[in-house]
Structure formats: structure tokens, C-alpha cells
Design a binder for this molecule. Structure first.
Ligand code: URP
Ligand code: ZN
Ligand code: ZN
Length: 459
């Protein structure tokens, strides 16, 4: 099967040029001007941007949380991702307390097997790691799961103590692995929550008001300090505010391998979105939405490379029957929001159209940097001879209005309802197969491969 993409403007993290691309056997085989090769399919990309498929390294499909389960499974979630120009996700498998690391990972393989429309990998949420489990951690890394998420938040569920974090960072770091940290002081936050509930503060907005930026900044500071002692790198997930970003900045200025991602919700939404009533449950996610002033600081961090990656933390729960569990008590609202479908066009609009970042940086933040960070480069994250033909043909001039009426995520609301943006994903190739054609899904659930990842090459 040969596919020829003609006349497009190819954008990678470093290049910007017009050329044709020949795709053969799932990979890019030739790039050149005015290619005249025979092909089974020819796609005219004239006037369009041709960019590497997006990589979203932070999703939660079918995640059990707060007495329910996130509403996208690996089929619906990966189809929605493809619609939005994302061709790889890295989802979070979970080792429950009392369970082996391998059992947690196996469970996520069962969930995803045969369901994904695009390629996928896993990180492993690690809730226990004693000395006698280090070998198991190394086995998991040999199986292509080279990053682990640990939580300083959610006491009694996911929270691990500093000793466990140190042990994990040392053990993963020894083999080039990476600890992804949910950095928020959950112990202090729980005390603040107790006081709020005692005062009868039960509406969704109190989720945000009980999780101060200081709790996040303290978590980031502590994560970096432990990583330094363990002589290992650290990657902060879903960084939401300037206070936390300053911790990363200071560490990076000292030459410490501290990395961080932020997410569209922290760039486009704010604490004002909670409002006064239960509708604010749509935005109950952790960390919460922050004061608007944080947004420009995060964009600055993205520009200066103090923030390296934009993920979504896609963790959807329907308002009906799921978010509703927390009516009358914000602590019972399942934490998370949908986002996997709109990350690429939102960042194009807010970043490139609004003149905050270059086209190259847009590609780097939505694809290349995650590929390097999580051991997928150059198979993924760029358009180059030999790379997987994960390619997005993107119309930079067309407009769209985001809405739950038209999105493909299995969730009954959009966090961006009614937002009009410039930039539309038109065609998407996943390893050479057209999965989105003129914004319609033409792929197959089950055609996505599990990706055995290598180690970070971003340092
Ligand atoms: O609210 C969120 N972020 N839910 C997903 C779990 C996590 O902490 O990433
Ligand atoms: Zn988290
Ligand atoms: Zn998450």
C-alpha cells in the first residue's frame, strides 16, 4: 500500500517547507519536491499544514475513580483522539494497593487490547514499591513501560510517602526511567477540606478554593528535592499555576533535569468557570482551575521551555449520574474533565493564531517533545524518512465551534462549549492508514498497536 501526500507545507519541530511525502508499509519512505511516484492513494494537501500526529502522554480511559469509571473506553477515547489529530496516547495503568505492579499493568493491557484506533502506550501508577519490588519495576521497564506516576495527593487512595518516592526515583533512574509526579500536598489539602465542609461549603467551587497554589508549589519543590537526592530526573504532570512553574524554573536554572507538562484547561479556563452552582462540577479536576493571571505565565513557560509538553489529562465523567454523585458535597465529585479531542486545534489557535508560539514550537509541544520524553522518538513525533507515517493534514484557516453536540468523546458536556477556534484537523494517517478523512472516522478500533517505549532522550 502506497500513499502520496502532495503539495503540503510540512512542519516539524525544526522544519517548515513545502514537499510531497510517499508513505509505504506504514512508514514515510520518501520526502521530496514534486514526487511523481505511483501510489494507491493520493491526497492533495495544497494550502494545508502537514504535521506529525499528536502525542497525548496523559490520558485516563476506563479509570475507576470516585466510585465510578471515566466514561471513555479505549475505543471511544482513541477515536475521539484521532478526530483531534492525536495518533498516540500514553494512558495510566494502575497498580492498586496490595497488587503487584505486573498485575496492574496486565489489567490495562486487557482493557486496551483490540479496542484502540491509534497506537498507545502505558505509564504505571505506582501505589506501593518496597525494596523487593524493584526487580519487578525493572521487568516492567523491559516490557516498554518506562515511566511511573506517583501521587503526593489523594490520601488513602493513591498517595505515597516520600520514602516510596525516593525508592522509585532511584530504581527507575538507574535504568533511564522517569517518575511522573502528581505534585500537590494532599495531606494539608485534606485538612483545608475538613474546615470547608464544617462551614457548609459544599458547592463545586470549593474544590478549587481548598487546593491552594501553595500546595502544588510545595509538591513540585519536594518532588524536585527528592529527585535531586535520588540523582534522577522528574516530570511534573498537569502543572497548573505560576507558583509551581517557578519551582521548575529555579531547578532548571540550576541545571537540574526537572520537566513539566501543562494542559489546555489551565491555559484557557479559570477559577471563574466554577460559578456558584452545580454546573461548576464540569471543571472539578485536580489540580483545579486557577486565577486567570496564571495563564500568561504558563504560556511564557511554554515559550521558554520551562514547560516542555502539553498533554490533556483526559479523564471524562458525565454530568448525569457521574459528576452528580457529588451534589451537596464537592469531595464526592469524580475528579477529571474531557479534553483528548481538542488539544491540537486549541493549542494551534491559542498558541500560533494568537502569536504566542511559533508553528515549530506548536508541533514540538503537541508531539515531538512527548516522543523524546517518553522514548518514542524518532519512530513517533516527527515527519522523517523511516518514521511511522502518523501524519495530520491540518487546515489552518478553517474555523470550528467546539460543542458536546458534535464532539466524539463519550461524555455529555464540553469544557469548551461554544468556543470558536481557527484550525481544523482534516485528514489523519495512523501508520499510513487513513483513520480520519475529511473529518470522518474511517479507521478501525483494534488497529492501534501497543508501543514498547524506550527511555527518555530529552535530557
Ligand atoms: O482530576 C484529575 N486530574 N483526574 C485524573 C487523575 C489525575 O490526578 O491525573
Ligand atoms: Zn494527577
Ligand atoms: Zn491524570
Amino acid at each position: 500500500m502506497k500513499t502520496l501526500i502532495k503539495n503540503g507545507q510540512i512542519i516539524t519541530a525544526i522544519d517548515n517547507y513545502q514537499a510531497d511525502i510517499l508513505v509505504e508499509d506504514e512508514r514515510v519512505s520518501v520526502i521530496g519536491r514534486k514526487l511523481e511516484m505511483e501510489a494507491d492513494v493520493t491526497i492533495d494537501a495544497g494550502g494545508k499544514l502537514v504535521i506529525p500526529g499528536g502525542i497525548d502522554p496523559h490520558t485516563h480511559m476506563e479509570l475507576p475513580f470516585g466510585g465510578t469509571e471515566s466514561s471513555d473506553d479505549f475505543r471511544t477515547g482513541t477515536i475521539a483522539a484521532a478526530h483531534g489529530g492525536t495518533t498516540t496516547i500514553i494512558d495510566f495503568a494502575v497498580q492498586n494497593k496490595g497488587q503487584s505492579l505486573i498485575a496492574g499493568l496486565d489489567r490495562w493491557h486487557q482493557k486496551a487490547e483490540g479496542k484502540c484506533a491509534i497506537d498507545y502506550g502505558f505509564h504505571l501508577i505506582t501505589t506501593e514499591l518496597e525494596d523487593n519490588q524493584i526487580e519487578e519495576m525493572h521487568t516492567i521497564m523491559d516490557e516498554g513501560v518506562t515511566s511511573f506516576k506517583m501521587f503526593m495527593a489523594y490520601p488513602g487512595v493513591f498517595l505515597v510517602d516520600d520514602a516510596t518516592i525516593f525508592r522509585a526515583m532511584s530504581a527507575a533512574g538507574e535504568r533511564g526511567g522517569l517518575i511522573c509526579m502528581h505534585a500537590e500536598n494532599g495531606i494539608v489539602i485534606n485538612e483545608i477540606i475538613k474546615h470547608a465542609l464544617a462551614k457548609g461549603h459544599t458547592a463545586p467551587k470549593y474544590h478549587a478554593l481548598t487546593r491552594p497554589t501553595g500546595a502544588e508549589a510545595e509538591g513540585v519543590h519536594r518532588a524536585i528535592a527528592i529527585a535531586e537526592m535520588a540523582e534522577a530526573p522528574v516530570y511534573i504532570v498537569h502543572l497548573s499555576c505560576a507558583d509551581a512553574l517557578n519551582q521548575i524554573r529555579q531547578a532548571r536554572d540550576r541545571g537540574i533535569p526537572a520537566f513539566a507538562e501543562t494542559c489546555p484547561q489551565y491555559l484557557f479556563l479559570s477559577v471563574d468557570d466554577y460559578g456558584e452552582d452545580f454546573d461548576g462540577a464540569k471543571y472539578v479536576m485536580t489540580p483545579p482551575l486557577r486565577e486567570k493571571a496564571n495563564q500568561s505565565e504558563l504560556w511564557k513557560g511554554l515559550k521558554t521551555d520551562d514547560l516542555q509538553v502539553i498533554s490533556t489529562d483526559h479523564c471524562p465523567f458525565c454530568m448525569k449520574e457521574q459528576k452528580e454523585l457529588g451534589r451537596g458535597d464537592f469531595t464526592r465529585i469524580p475528579n477529571g474533565a474531557p479534553g483528548v479531542e481538542h488539544r491540537v486545534p486549541l493549542i494551534y489557535n491559542g498558541g500560533v493564531v494568537e502569536n504566542r508560539i511559533s508553528l515549530n514550537r506548536f508541533v514540538e509541544l503537541t508531539s515531538t517533545a512527548a516522543a523524546k520524553m517518553f522514548g518514542l522518538f524518532p519512530k513517533k513525533g516527527t515527519i522523517a524518512v523511516g518514521s511511522d507515517a502518523d501524519i495530520v493534514i491540518f487546515d489552518p484557516d478553517k474555523e470550528q465551534t467546539i460543542s458536546a453536540q458534535t464532539h466524539h468523546m463519550n461524555v455529555d458536556y464540553s469544557a469548551y462549549e461554544g468556543r470558536k477556534i481557527r484550525g481544523v484537523v482534516e485528514t489523519v494517517l495512523s501508520r499510513g492508514s487513513v483513520v480520519i478523512d475529511n473529518s470522518e472516522f474511517k479507521g478501525k478500533a483494534g488497529s492501534g498497536h501497543f508501543l514498547k517505549r524506550g527511555t527518555c532522550v530529552a535530557i
